[in-house]
Design a protein around this ligand. Structure first.
Ligand SMILES: C[S@@+](CC[C@H](N)C(=O)[O-])C[C@H]1O[C@@H](n2cnc3c(N)ncnc32)[C@H](O)[C@@H]1O
Length: 308
């Protein structure tokens, strides 16, 4: 079987089931005004973008970026109404936009994976739906989960599991050994089974492979490096008084955003941004009916008027 061949295709998930996370709070914090410009660096299926467009009243003022070809296809309806839709990773896009001097009134970064990415077995993100070991958000990229799982040395796998999965050291060693023993692994089920073999007895709510899957996904897509690089430059994309919001889904993402915003605040008079949210706004409190929001945290800031 080739490394990206789907083993068992599931029907495509309906994108209407991607419910945007913390939608009301995002709209409240970004506070769209008629005619303002909006940059969505992780536009996905356009749920947040649509809510913003409903308030600004102009699709032409939307710039929608995503690294996933499937998301880009779903965003065609926005393009037909005049939005700019860009298939790119947000670092590459932001670097080019900064170089061109582009600035926006609102920017949103909603990290992580979308429900359609998780739900489609052939994307290889899911523990519960068997598919090929893929996990690439951008299918133009060559490195996939197959490569990380099968071609990474055991010590390096331990490091990935500890750093990106926040796995306990003893668990990371045990899981890495089980993966190396079971190689070659081709499917998500084979990987999940290898990890389950290290687990004694039945598990409760959370599948024992959850942290490993998160870690491998982060490694495949260089997710934390993407976030760190973006945070270095993203304030340059804001107009004076421009608002920016970040939605994180796990502590590794949120830690980077929190640190970045608190460094900005400490810069005092020199600060380029000011916090709008003193503390993170949590999905488990403010978006209780949306299962995807359970681990979400939202932080937002506004650009100082002197720092155009
Ligand atoms: C949680 S979803 C966004 C959902 C979106 N806010 C909506 O309302 O439909 C995250 C999206 O970000 C994209 N993404 C993740 N990392 C990215 C990156 N570094 N550059 C560009 N897009 C990225 C994923 O492909 C996915 O479509």
């Amino acid at each position: 079987m080739s490394k990206h061949t789907p083993q068992q295709l599931q029907p495509e998930a309906d994108h209407r089931f991607h419910i945007p996370v913390l939608l009301d709070k995002v709209v409240e914090l970004l506070a769209p005004q008629s005619g303002e410009t909006y940059l969505d660096l992780t536009a996905g299926y356009g749920g947040h973008a649509q809510a913003i467009a409903n308030r600004t009243g102009d699709h032409k003022a939307l710039t929608l970026v995503d690294r996933d070809d499937n998301a880009i296809k779903q965003l065609q309806s926005f393009e037909q109404k005049g939005a700019r839709v860009v298939h790119d990773d947000f670092v590459h896009f932001a670097q080019a936009a900064v170089a061109s001097g582009d600035k926006y009134d609102m920017v949103l970064v909603d990290f992580g994976v979308s429900s359609p990415q998780l739900d489609r077995a052939e994307r290889g993100f899911s523990i519960l739906r068997d598919g090929p070991l893929d996990m690439r958000m951008d299918n133009r990229q060559s490195k996939s989960a197959f490569d990380v799982v099968n071609h990474t040395r055991e010590q390096e796998l331990v490091k990935i599991l500890r750093e990106y999965g926040e796995e306990r050291p003893s668990n990371a060693v045990r899981v890495a050994k089980a993966i190396v023993r079971a190689r070659p692994l081709h499917t998500t089920k084979e990987l999940a089974d290898a990890i389950l073999s290290t687990h004694r007895g039945p598990y409760q709510k959370i599948h024992p492979a959850t942290r490993t899957f998160q870690a491998i996904r982060i490694a495949v897509n260089d997710e934390l490096q993407q976030i760190s690089k973006l945070l270095h430059i993203v304030d340059n994309l804001l107009q004076p008084h421009g608002r920016i919001a970040f939605i994180s889904f796990h502590s590794l993402e949120d830690r980077l955003v929190k640190q970045y915003l608190s460094d900005e605040v400490k810069a005092g008079y020199e600060a380029s941004l000011q916090l709008i949210t003193k503390k993170a706004i949590l999905g488990k409190i403010y978006d209780v009916h949306n299962p995807r929001a359970r681990s979400a945290s939202l932080r937002a800031a506004v650009k100082n008027k002197k720092k155009g």
